[in-house]
Design a protein around this ligand. Structure first.
Ligand code: BTN
Length: 232
């Protein structure tokens, strides 16, 4: 069921509140605007009307240690939902862990907040407008489409793709999702700077391990497998 709001603080907040009132897995919250949209690592997510802001309640039946794989499931689902609209599918790439880029510029982000086994999956897609004052290059879907879209045009396909990839992951495991993500992995094989906790290093980015770890080979040949890292 989709709960639609003109304005909320954050669709993730609204989904959490619905969860407290007994909302079931699969509940979707969508808003035209957010007054306190948030991104990963405490960053603000500027949320003017015209872009897509939604959150879903999901309760994956997997060990807690595998829940981080859901990030990639969602990135691939959002990517698949945008592909039919793109003038050229080659512009789409996935940046670790779950950013979507078009021609190297960020078009969508995913924020997963967990309460035990329950996940609130927040998705923001720049459909029409570009957030200003962000520290990285950004773009909007409509700069890359054959026709001008509204966020409404994207939502139903997005929910279909999420349902499809979520069930694939739950039934067949991570490999089908991993292979989709790897086909469009941003910076694959290139030298990348990585920050993990207080440590910074650089090495060749080798993509995802079968568990969803980031693989980075340092110049001395040592292979790092990292569950959490920021790449530059
Ligand atoms: C990121 O790339 O940092 C993640 C951005 C996630 C933004 C979405 S918009 C809908 C949902 N509500 C929020 O407050 N954040 C997520």
């Amino acid at each position: 069921m989709v709960h639609d709001y003109p304005v909320v603080t954050s669709t993730n907040d609204e989904a959490k509140s619905l969860l407290l009132h007994g909302a079931a897995e699969g509940t979707v919250v969508r808003a035209q605007r957010q007054t306190a949209g948030r991104g990963r690592r405490g960053r603000q997510w500027v949320s003017e009307p015209g872009n897509l802001y939604c959150s879903l309640i999901l309760v994956p039946s997997c060990p807690l240690a595998q829940i981080s794989q859901l990030s990639f499931v969602m990135a691939v689902a959002v990517g698949q939902a945008t592909l039919p609209f793109l003038a050229g599918p080659e512009v789409l790439s996935y940046k670790w862990p779950n950013d979507l880029l078009l021609q190297g510029e960020k078009v969508a982000g995913i924020l997963i907040e967990t309460e035990g086994q329950t996940c609130i999956v927040g998705i923001g897609v720049n459909v029409q407008s570009l957030p200003n004052q962000v520290a990285y290059p950004v773009t909007a879907l409509n700069h890359h489409t054959k026709v001008i879209l509204s966020q409404e045009d994207l939502l139903s396909g997005l929910l279909e793709q999420i349902s499809y990839y979520y069930h694939v992951w739950q039934k067949e495991g991570f490999e089908p999702v991993r292979s989709q993500w790897m086909q469009r992995a941003y910076g694959l094989g290139k030298t990348m700077g990585i920050k993990t906790g207080a440590k910074e290093m650089s090495g060749q980015f080798l993509g995802l391990s079968p568990l969803g770890e980031l693989l980075l080979r340092e110049s001395d040949g040592f292979l790092h497998k990292l569950m959490s890292a920021e790449i530059s």
